[in-house]
Design a binder for this molecule. Sequence first.
Ligand SMILES: C=CC1=C(C)c2cc3[nH]c(cc4nc(cc5[nH]c(cc1n2)c(C)c5CCC(=O)O)C(CCC(=O)O)=C4C)c(C)c3C=C
Ligand SMILES: [Fe+2]
Length: 395
Amino acid sequence: ATEALAGDADGSTSADDLAYPFRGTHQAGIVTPAQDRLHFAAFDVITDDRDELIALLTAWTEAAERMTRGAGAGPIGPTQGAADLPPDDTGEAIGLPPSGLTLTFGFGPGLFTDARGRDRFGIAERRPAALEELPHFPGDQLIASRSGGDLCVQACAQDPQVAVHAIRNLARIGFGTVSVRWSQLGFGRTSTTSTSQSTPRNLFGFKDGTANVKAEETDALSEHVWVQDGDDLAAGWLTGGSYLVARRINMTIETWDRQPLADQEGFIGRTKDTGAPLSGGGEFTAPDFEMPGSDGTVIPATAHVRVVHPDNNAGARMLRRGYNFVDGTDDLGGLNAGLFFIAYVRDPRTGFIPVQTAMARHDALMEYLKVTGSALFAVPPGVGEGEYVGQSLFA
Ligand SMILES: C=CC1=C(C)c2cc3[nH]c(cc4nc(cc5[nH]c(cc1n2)c(C)c5CCC(=O)O)C(CCC(=O)O)=C4C)c(C)c3C=C
Ligand SMILES: [Fe+2]
């Protein structure tokens, strides 16, 4: 049997050989230095059988642990099984290194109660109070088939083929228990999650991730990202986990590209070159929102970084982990492109909803954005030895 898929033919090592352990205190893929590629999938659970759901989570755990270390999805391998059976791995990752693959699992509100309020799996009483569909924000133009979901898997890797292989195999394993509701490919991370990383750029051409919560800020992670003991007495199983907010945000690229540089910088509140605040200094200098300018303040009242800044949102911070996307072109030849925004927060009611509301109401960027997808998931804590992902919810 060939278990391992990893290993370069020439025996060389590279950053792609990096393998993150699947098990740990927190799930990988949150504070892990953001990889360059994403395949994110949301699933509908199509069974009402609790044992089938647990069997799926167990099978997903085993496959995820294998794939993140660069092995195949199943123990036999893509080419070594019986000729009259489908292989337990689809094969497109043969010879590819682990590529820093992380797989992060989340539970949507519909897993706890369905649209008719039915407790499908005997877990309704353990639904976290914060796990409700996000409200409709001004300017949302949501597409139902790009929103929601009972389960989600965020696959991040340095190689898109590795991320796609992981989602494809998890969907294959889930055949008959789950169906893919929607999925999104992303490239060019739009955030840094570690001080060891340089700041990337989004499709507006601006540095994105400068003021993000970083892995090294352990106190900030406890305060803003990880669910703490006692946060929700009915949902103690979520302690050590987080909430994942996903927003598919289309950007009207062609209109943006016709705006003068100074206007673009005013919409963001930072310079396009270095990413420094318009009030001066370098990329990591704190913005001075009071500094007077020729017309009001140097950083405009509607600048994105002012509107979403913690000082203007009761101290709220979030760990952003989004990706650029381009899904071809629309009927008019414009790019169907934008930012697949992902944020991890300790509580979306204080950590995300007020910030998104302020943005929808006051942010100059909104004229160039259209939110086409939206979802919220509770992300269980890390998986211990011998456990399956989310086990504390079913214990
Ligand atoms: C509701 C939360 C946020 C959404 C949605 C969002 C969308 C969005 N952001 C950019 C570009 C930038 N955002 C930047 C900073 C920034 N953005 C948010 C929140 C949301 N952004 C926060 C909390 C922050 C940090 C604010 C701070 O503490 O200073 C920046 C500046 C660089 C940086 O700090 O990352 C840019 C650029 C786009 C294009 C976008 C939607 C498509
Ligand atoms: Fe932003």
